[in-house]
Design a protein around this ligand. Structure first.
Ligand code: DX5
Ligand code: ZN
Length: 216
């Protein structure tokens, strides 16, 4: 499978969101990566349901929603209603992770689990067959534009081995500090989906940057 590109709307121009959504629609991107931050799980607040619904109204590609929030179970139904296609929760925020995964599936969404940089891959051993996506954080979640943590490459290799050994169909997504240089290493290590925020939106030609990431 050729890898997927998921531009992070966290780096969009929020005063002209529709223009950026249409740029992504017309580009070689595969998904919209949508970061939800609650100011509790991470030291930042991004946006919630009204903004996701506004994106959904114009988006012609799946919404990959990354929840950086505590108690995600409480809001799973509302995220489904808001248009999420993939819903990813953090391992560190879910004491009953298996139940959370079942809940996400019960609303017809694909379920992802994100791991912070310090979290070992082996914590997924008992759920890897139940999930559709593993999100390896290559920065500490909360902000765009941070420096890539190299150890994420080793973690991608570890997840790949786990997926193969357990015969799982989960995709491996990586989020944080992705550019052409780090992206290439991640693809070589086995990543299936690359999230990119500042690298895309701070570039002179975001659509062309998406193509460059896609054609690596
Ligand atoms: C960080 C978010 C990322 C962020 C990535 O907590 O989960 O999706 O938008 O931004 P860049 O690509 O700039 O590191
Ligand atoms: Zn994210």
């Amino acid at each position: 499978m050729t890898h997927l590109i998921a531009p992070s709307v966290l780096s969009c121009d929020f005063a002209n969101l529709q223009a950026d959504v249409e740029m992504i629609n017309a580009s070689n991107a595969d998904w919209f990566h949508v970061d939800v931050m609650d100011g509790v799980f991470v030291p930042n607040i991004s946006f919630g349901f009204p903004v996701i619904k506004a994106i959904k109204k114009h988006a012609k590609k799946p919404l990959d929603v990354h929840l950086m929030i505590v108690n995600p179970d409480q809001y799973v139904e509302e995220f489904a209603k808001s248009g999420a296609d993939v819903l990813t929760v953090h391992y560190e925020a879910c004491p009953h992770l298996h139940r959370t995964i079942q809940l996400i599936h019960s609303f017809g969404m694909r379920a992802g689990v994100a791991l912070n940089p310090h979290t070992n891959v082996n914590v997924l051993e008992n759920v890897i067959q139940d999930i559709d996506l593993v999100l390896i954080m290559s920065v500490n979640p909360g902000f765009g534009g941070q420096k890539f943590i190299d150890n994420a490459i080793n973690k991608v290799k570890e997840v790949k081995e786990l997926i193969i050994s357990k015969k799982s169909n989960a995709l491996i997504e990586v989020d944080g500090g992705v550019n052409l240089e780090t992206g290439e290493k991640l693809i070589d290590a086995g990543a299936d989906v690359l999230v990119a925020g500042s690298f895309v939106f701070n570039s002179e030609n975001p659509s062309e940057t998406i193509t460059n990431l896609k054609e690596m």
